[in-house]
Design a protein around this ligand. Structure first.
Ligand code: FPP
Length: 235
């Protein structure tokens, strides 16, 4: 059964920490950039599978605020890959009804790439089938610091600081809380990804390295999600 069939146990909002590109490349004696390239192919496969499985919102962690600490040539390869993905892959996905938006800081992204990101967001704004959120130069702590700064600069009184006041000042308030967060490659942590939004998310970890992930992995994670009971703290 898929989410579209109205099954309450189906995950409509899914987030993925795409981990393991480096290990995938190292296992084959390839440069890390090849792992990221294969990771971009896995992303395309996974978005298409998500459409078929009735997922409505998919958020993926492509570049964290901490990833700037990687060697400059690796950072450059990820920037280049994002540009290529916007040029070659995301327009095809747009034809299948995918709306793409980016969540994260924009001020450190090279100008030309930022322009491509904004054009894609504008061009896909009316697509409805699947909302794809690409977290890029994203970190939850920095997002929360920014939200608190906005609360202060908006002059919100202490007694008016509510969950809604914070949620409404996140980088992308429309990004839905994930029902399910998947992390590939066997690591079991959130690494500063959607910390506020995943307060009640189910977590699924798989040993599969991200470049090997696709429809089967997504299907298995959705089945695991469907088997769990969510109570949101209630009995
Ligand atoms: C984690 O693997 C992956 C990243 C830091 C980059 C994610 C990028 C992609 C999946 C490519 C598609 C993204 C774009 C740009 C659209 P890792 O390098 O940390 O793996 P490791 O832990 O095995 O070293």
């Amino acid at each position: 059964m898929t989410a579209e069939s109205g099954d309450p146990a189906a995950a409509r909002s899914v987030a993925i920490i795409m981990d393991g590109n480096g290990r995938w490349a190292a296992a084959r004696g390839l440069p890390v950039a090849e792992g990221h390239r294969e990771g971009a192919r896995a992303l395309r496969r996974t978005v298409e599978a998500a459409i078929d499985l009735g997922v409505r919102s998919l958020s993926v962690y492509a570049f964290s605020t901490e990833n700037w600490a990687r060697p400059p040539e690796e950072v450059e390869s990820i920037m280049e890959l994002l540009g290529e993905t916007i040029d070659r892959e995301l327009p095809d996905l747009a034809e299948q009804g995918v709306r793409t938006r980016f969540v994260g800081r924009r001020d450190r992204i090279p100008e030309q790439l930022r322009a491509k990101m904004e054009t894609l967001e504008a061009e896909t704004a009316s697509n409805e089938r699947l909302h794809l959120w690409i977290a890029f130069d994203y970190g939850s702590r920095s997002e929360l610091v920014e939200a608190v700064r906005r609360i202060v600069s908006d002059g919100v009184r202490a007694e008016d600081v509510t969950e809604q006041a914070i949620a409404g000042r996140l980088l992308a308030p429309e990004l839905p809380d994930p029902d399910l967060v998947i992390r590939t490659s066997g690591e079991q942590r959130l690494s500063n990804f959607l910390l506020w939004q995943s307060a009640y998310s189910e977590l699924v970890f798989t040993d599969t390295l991200w470049p090997d992930f696709g429809e089967d992995g997504l299907r298995a994670a959705l089945a695991e999600y469907a088997s769990r009971g969510r109570r949101f703290g209630a009995r």
